[in-house]
Write a protein that binds this ligand. Structure first.
Ligand code: COA
Length: 260
């Protein structure tokens, strides 16, 4: 039986704990010096937590959150630059392993957003079962600005959630948008003063439900889009890998790391 203490957390930037008699697991991004940017070691830890959470029969709901008033600034841009076209989204990469583990998690996942949710910080919300955000939370999917393209099936899921025009605006311009706009675009359940408290309360309600019924419900909710999401992620990954070795990405990375 997998306990949280059996899960290896090696990055030093991911914290996890169990609550409510081990029924609720909570995992947080803890790398505030980089605005909780997610590097490969952190993705590996997150994939490990998800695997442990799924394997532990007592674990009923997972809460994902940031720290120090910040969700995450998304993928570590230095990692993207050094991983190169073959590395970042290859099927063996920790990033890909994390994306699959969250996407395919059979049990409910609840997210709490404070501060910035950039890049995969926004697109991972598309794979949660409930999301609560603070009034000051901000969201952005600046893939095109970076010379990249949408990932994590955002090019499939977002138009269906928010409508084509809203999705195109967010994914083409990559501008920051507010929690109210995220609510309007159906990315989040609610704007609340204390998103972590709301997420934990939601998770504890889920933990009190018959667990197999929730697993069945989630599977059925996801069934009709499953194949399309899988196909979309593969297509996105091909375009993304090419873009990572392109001039537009090189220029955007250079601009980011030399900004004043
Ligand atoms: N990858 C690597 N480092 C990052 C990062 C990222 N995604 N986001 C922030 N950082 C680092 C900055 O380089 C900076 O490091 P420094 O103190 O050594 O210079 C530190 O985190 C703080 O960032 P800063 O930009 O000063 O904070 P801010 O509050 O002004 O802005 C953001 C916060 C998130 C809006 C801004 O950092 C940003 O746009 N980051 C890039 C987001 C991004 O493009 N993510 C990838 C999407 S695919």
């Amino acid at each position: 039986m997998t306990k949280l203490s059996d899960v290896s957390l090696d990055s030093g930037f991911i914290q996890a704990q169990t609550l409510q008699n081990n029924t609720v697991w909570q995992v947080s991004f803890e790398r505030i010096a980089s605005k909780n940017a997610l590097n490969l070691a952190m993705y590996q830890d997150l994939a490990n937590v998800l695997a442990g959470f799924v394997a532990q029969p007592e674990a009923r709901a997972l809460v994902v959150t940031g720290s120090e008033g910040c969700f995450t600034s998304g993928n570590d841009l230095a990692d993207f630059a050094s991983a190169g076209a073959d590395g970042a989204l290859s099927s063996e990469s920790p990033l890909w392993q994390f994306m699959l583990a969250l996407r395919d998690c059979p049990k409910p996942v609840v997210m709490a957003v404070e501060g910035v949710a950039v890049g995969i910080g926004s697109t991972m919300l598309l794979h949660a079962d409930a999301v609560f955000a603070a009034p000051s939370a901000s969201f952005a999917m600046p893939f095109a600005k970076l010379g990249l393209c949408p990932e994590y099936a955002s090019s499939f899921i977002l138009p269906r959630l928010a409508g084509y025009l809203q999705a195109a605006q967010w994914l083409m311009l990559g501008e920051t948008f507010s929690a109210e706009e995220a609510l309007h675009g159906r990315l989040i359940n609610a704007v609340v003063q204390e998103p972590l408290a709301a997420a934990l309360e939601h998770a504890s309600k889920l933990a009190a439900m018959p667990p197999q019924a929730l697993i069945n419900t989630k599977q059925l909710l996801k069934a009709s889009d499953k194949q399309a999401i899988d196909t979309c992620m593969t297509q996105e990954a091909q375009v993304f890998a090419k873009a990572l070795s392109g001039k537009e990405f090189a220029a955007a990375i250079a601009a980011f790391f030399t900004r004043k």
